[in-house]
Ligand binder design. Structure first.
Ligand SMILES: [Zn+2]
Length: 349
């Protein structure tokens, strides 16, 4: 028998892959029929899964009853815990999908804000397009988890008020439309549309929505959306005479865009000037003679300065630059007070 070098290399790589991973075995240890201890049979699946803490290799092992004469010897046993960690055919963990859904629908972050959070705060490798896919996955998980409860909540409403929002990761690409019932916060529909024309919206969004309203026996009470022209025309065509209001959040975001951009530019300027000066300042303080009573206080001030700088903002009202500016002013007046009182009382406070 001859050995192929590549085959050996490949086999040893597989073994080391398995050894360096999180291995999962079934929670059940005995055969339910003959009570013999189950034996490891083969790898059911193995893959790299991205969690909010980083990428992990997961291996799920299939176990079987080793007694050939047992009627249950063909049954496969697997880990339930491993199944709850991932979604089939996906490389992102359920935990991460749920966290993304939370940022989108409970904290009302845009797809780009979520993308910044994933790449800058969690240091994950992911493109904006993928964030849209994960939001769809979240909605699928959500609707699979509570169909009966959703129907019950909708059936208690006097009428439906919906919000429509479209998210497009890149111009010219598919657009993800999400329709929610505002009064009970339930997502009614999520659709990925290649075409965002009035006709497409009428047939692919509003036709199924009208069917749903008919099925529930509920009248339409209102629609809220941004000012996208095709949505306005499609609402007028499909839901004739139903009140349609422009979303205040979108209007305020648009109105505050210039202020927010100016604030961001100011924050960047402040950060750059401080980032250059801080290391020099710290070096000078550290060079003070040993036992200098001012040294620990001044070092505390530089630490406070450093912690103020990463403060961020959320459009349209939370202006990060202004907040950094105010915090720096507070630090300045504190330092001046400290200088006036003298080091003894400052240390006591
Ligand atoms: Zn058995």
């Amino acid at each position: 028998m001859s050995w192929d070098f590549n085959e050996i290399k490949c086999a040893s790589k597989n073994v080391s892959d398995v050894l360096g991973s999180d291995n999962y075995r079934p929670e059940q240890t005995q055969c339910p029929i003959c009570h013999t201890f189950l034996k490891r049979d083969h790898i059911l699946w193995h893959k790299q899964v991205t969690f909010s803490t980083g990428v992990k290799k997961l291996v799920s092992w299939a176990y079987r009853c080793p007694r050939v004469t047992c009627p249950g010897s063909q049954d496969i046993f697997k880990s339930r815990q491993a199944e709850t960690l991932h979604l089939k055919y996906r490389r992102f963990s359920r935990e991460l999908v749920v966290r993304i859904g939370y940022q989108r629908f409970w904290r009302h972050q845009t797809m780009y804000e979520i993308h910044d959070w994933l790449t800058q705060d969690l240091h994950l490798v992911i493109c904006a397009r993928e964030v849209a896919n994960l939001i769809i996955d979240f909605l699928a998980l959500l609707s699979a988890a509570q169909p009966a409860r959703i129907r019950d909540r909708l059936s208690r409403l006097p009428g439906l008020i919906i919000s429509i929002d479209g998210m497009q990761p890149e111009k010219g690409n598919d657009c993800l439309y999400i329709v929610r019932e505002i009064q009970c916060g339930v997502t009614l529909l999520a659709a990925n549309l290649v075409d965002s024309s009035q006709e497409a919206l009428c047939t692919q969004l509003f036709a199924p929505l009208k069917d749903l309203a008919q099925e529930l026996g509920k009248p339409w009470h209102g629609v809220v959306s941004d000012a996208q022209e095709t949505i306005r025309l499609a609402v007028a065509q499909s839901l004739n005479r139903v009140p349609h209001q422009a979303c205040q959040s979108h209007c305020l975001r648009d109105a505050g865009k210039l202020t927010f951009e100016a604030d961001r530019a100011m924050k960047k300027e402040i950060k750059t000037s401080f980032r250059q000066a801080l290391p020099r300042l710290r070096k000078r303080i550290q060079a003070l003679p040993n036992g200098d009573p001012f040294q620990p206080v001044l070092l505390d001030y530089t630490a406070a300065l450093r912690s103020v700088l990463p403060e961020g903002g959320v459009a349209p009202f939370e202006l990060g630059g202004l907040r950094v500016f105010e915090m720096l002013e507070d630090l300045e007046s504190s330092a001046i007070r400290c200088q006036k009182k003298g080091i003894t009382s400052c240390c006591a406070g």
